[in-house]
Design a protein around this ligand. Structure first.
Ligand code: ADP
Ligand code: MG
Length: 736
């Protein structure tokens, strides 16, 4: 049936109506949906399934192979809520099919004990384990099989749900919403749809929620992911067009006396990579266009010193630089390492952090406003309104992936079209970075100033952790020092845990081309791997006490974590640096910013709780100097996949390669340094896999804006409208 244009328009407008206009969404349900971030019809139809349970490939429990991901179906025989420790609950579910019994353990979902009952038919998707004589699954996807629940055919989509809004209810409501928006206008220009063989938006929305085959689900995901990317690319490009219109950029003096003096003060020669990067940075700073330069280099490749040169160029120009780092530790470390060089080069500097006292702060801000300092080094404190430079022409962001776009924009707004220099250890392939950041210029640091072949990594089960502590003792007896890293601070805290999920081999294969990229809908939630609960995790406070009292009695053990005051942290760090404390037990606060040469051993407890990139960052703390380093990764997990993932750390020192294994790289928000946009706008994009698609979207966006910079042509009108809605959305989110 052909739809009249006005119907198509009203269907399209319907997308931005409140979700309560959808059939069966009562006020109460609307509130519950809001807790999932669903407020409008658009939010609802763009609430995509987390995974699919493919009933066409159900196996019997007896035939399901141990260690493999699979789907089984059966009847619930027993449901039990257990409390093995105070404040630690799990639900145990026994499932039987005609062949055998499966025992399911679900952590952190006590409500399952209420929603599941004996006799229910369920499908269970997860990885099969075997212990104490039974096949088991830990935190699998559990889907109640019920003919009336709106699931069509053999493939059941499983949407991110919560206690009040079940996946079943979501499916029903999404089905209703899809009827309401039926006939909606497709914002994707027809030429792109033809060129990339993309489904229409309407078909894709139907097929991603209710696919008739996995192939159809993949095609739908491909179309919608491309749309997300195209919109993001258009947005980034338009943003940067606007920025370049805003003011006149500064052409910096790049061969002045401060720079010369800074270079002479350096106690080392730059590596070839550093020299190349520096030439590129200075070239762009010297040009009258607003530079946007990203330096990518693994931990320890020496990115900071490049920032020092850029600052010196600003000082030579008679203008100012702002240098922002994500933690106070790091900001102070930069001050410590570069301050003396700046002093020698006659560059005036100050440090501003959250802990800076009011008096000191006033004095620093006065100097910044008067132009008597050349650079202000600091944390997020630099973003405050009171931070006003006399003439800021250079903004530097260290570990830029840790900041959101709004923070980046805020710092940039402290100057009139300032040059921007970003430093990051997140390994992004060149083509991808270019595509993601639009008009950015890039330098890669591959070489290391120190020869780091001198470092070994070993994965150990908890039972064998004595090996690690023996190595630590030996190192201590040589006068060296030891880090012990724990995922938690105290017993009840989950701060800093940063749990990372599984990653199977198929996750790391990059798509060879956008046309044939294969996407597996197998993103099991991150808890799946953890066959033990929070309560079993080693907490830093306890570990420190335990090590001091029982293991390293004759040495001094220090404790460092994020909940301590900045002053206390500094004290502990100083004590460790001076050797007064020999063993430092900490959370990941040491990930960036600790540089103690005598520290040669690092022991990471519950290492499976960390992302590989994060472990690699941690590893950068040992074996930095002339002494060989040793890293021990200890895991209590019995899951083979957890140990397999960690063993990648033994095999390679290449941060780029590790990131490929790592789920953290697939958190697009991190890649973009763009938490607000990234998380919501690119929910379907997997950066490691979709490189070719990202580039295609980038090129398509660039071509489109070249012909029609403001997207005013009629064929671009629906897309321009989408973009406006997204922009609005992003700003609302930042505000909240
Ligand atoms: P990252 O890239 O991880 O930020 P840093 O800038 O902190 O690395 O540098 C790591 C260490 O290497 C620092 O102690 C720094 O002084 C030192 N370093 C940097 N460049 C060189 C070089 N060319 N030669 C010797 N040491 C260097
Ligand atoms: Mg650094």
């Amino acid at each position: 049936m052909a739809e009249a244009p006005c119907d198509r328009l009203s269907s399209t407008l319907m997308l931005d109506e409140p979700v309560s206009s959808v059939r069966q969404v009562s006020a109460q349900r609307a509130t519950a949906l809001a807790s999932l971030g669903i407020k409008t019809v658009r939010d609802l139809v763009f609430h995509f399934p987390r995974r699919y349970v493919d009933l066409s490939s159900v196996e019997t429990i007896a035939s399901a192979s141990i260690g493999q991901a699979c789907t089984v179906a059966g009847v619930i025989h027993r449901v039990q809520l257990k409390t093995p420790k105070p404040r630690f609950q799990l639900v145990e579910i026994h499932i039987v099919d005609e062949t055998s019994i499966l025992i399911v353990t679900a952590f952190r979902q006590p409500w399952l004990a209420r929603s599941l009952h004996e006799g229910m038919r369920v499908a269970i998707a997860g990885t099969v384990e075997f212990s104490y004589g039974y096949k088991r699954m830990t935190n699998p996807v559990i889907q109640v099989l019920d003919e009336s629940d709106g699931a069509s055919g053999m493939i059941i989509s499983v949407h991110p749900a919560c206690e009040k809004v079940s996946a079943t209810l979501l499916r029903r409501l999404i089905k209703n919403a899809l009827e309401d928006v039926s006939g909606l206008i497709d914002p994707m220009p027809v030429d792109l749809r033809l060129r990339f063989r993309l489904m229409s938006r309407q078909n894709a929305l139907r097929a991603i929620h209710f696919p008739t085959s996995m192939d159809e689900a993949r095609a739908a995901r491909r179309r919608l992911a491309f749309e997300q990317l195209l919109i993001l690319e258009l947005m980034l490009m338009q943003e940067s067009m606007q920025r370049s219109l805003k003011g006149t950029a500064c052409a910096h003096v790049i061969d002045g006396p401060h720079l010369q003096a800074f270079s002479e003060a350096l106690p080392f020669e730059l590596t070839l990579d550093q020299q190349e990067a520096l030439a590129s940075i200075l070239f762009h700073m010297g040009s009258p266009r607003a530079a946007n330069h990203l330096v990518l280099g693994d931990v320890g490749t020496g990115k900071t010193v490049l920032a020092g040169f850029a600052i010196a160029a600003a000082a030579d120009t008679g203008t100012q630089a702002l240098f922002m780092a994500p933690t106070e530790l790091l900001a102070r470390q930069h001050a410590q390492s570069m301050g003396p060089l700046f002093d020698e080069a006659g560059i005036m500097w100050e440090v501003l952090c959250g802990s800076t006292s009011q008096n000191e702060r006033d004095a620093i801000l006065a100097k910044l406003a008067a132009g008597t300092i050349d650079v202000l080094i600091g944390t997020h404190a630099l973003l405050e309104d009171s931070v006003v430079a006399r003439a800021c022409t250079l903004v530097i962001i260290d570990e830029q992936q840790r900041f959101g776009v709004d923070q980046r924009e805020c710092l940039l707004s402290k100057g009139e079209a300032p040059d921007a220099l970003y430093l990051t250890a997140t390994p992004i392939p060149r083509t991808l970075a270019l595509a993601l950041y639009g008009d950015l210029t890039l330098s890669y640091l591959k070489m290391r100033p120190h020869n780091q072949a001198n470092r070994s990594t070993k994965v150990l089960r908890r039972a064998d952790q004595g090996i690690a502590f023996d190595a630590a003792r030996e190192a201590l007896s040589r006068g060296e020092q030891v880090y012990v890293v724990c995922p938690l601070i105290g017993q009840t805290s989950s701060e800093n845990a940063s749990p990372k999920g599984r990653s199977s081999k198929k996750d790391v294969e990059e798509a060879s081309s956008f046309e044939e990229d294969a996407y597996e809908f197998s993103d099991i939630s991150i808890e799946t791997d953890n066959d033990y609960g929070e309560a079993d995790l080693i907490a830093a406070e306890k570990e420190a006490a335990h090590l001091q009292a029982g293991v390293f009695i004759d040495y001094k053990v220090g404790l460092l974590h994020g909940r301590m005051s900045a002053e206390k942290k500094q004290q502990v760090m100083d004590a460790f640096r001076s050797g007064e404390v020999q063993i430092l037990v900490s959370t990941t606060v040491i990930e960036v910013g600790m540089d103690v040469e005598a520290a040669t051993v690092m022991i990471v407890q519950d290492a499976d709780r960390f992302g590989l990139s994060q472990l690699h960052q941690l590893r950068g703390r040992v074996g930095r100097g002339s002494l060989p380093g040793q890293m021990f990764l200890i895991s209590a997990s019995q899951a083979p996949s957890a140990l397999e993932r960690l063993s990648a750390m033994e095999r390679t020192e290449d941060g780029f390669e590790l990131a490929g294994y790592d789920l953290s790289l697939r958190r697009e928000g991190d890649i973009l340094g763009n938490r607000q946009h990234g998380a919501t706008m690119l929910s379907l994009v997997k950066v490691t896999r979709d490189g070719a698609m990202i580039e295609a979207a980038h090129d398509a966006a660039a071509a489109m804006l070249e012909d029609d910079p403001l997207l005013t042509l009629p064929e671009h009108a629906p897309l321009a409208r989408e973009l406006r809605l997204m922009f609005k959305d992003a700003h609302v989110r930042q505000g909240g």
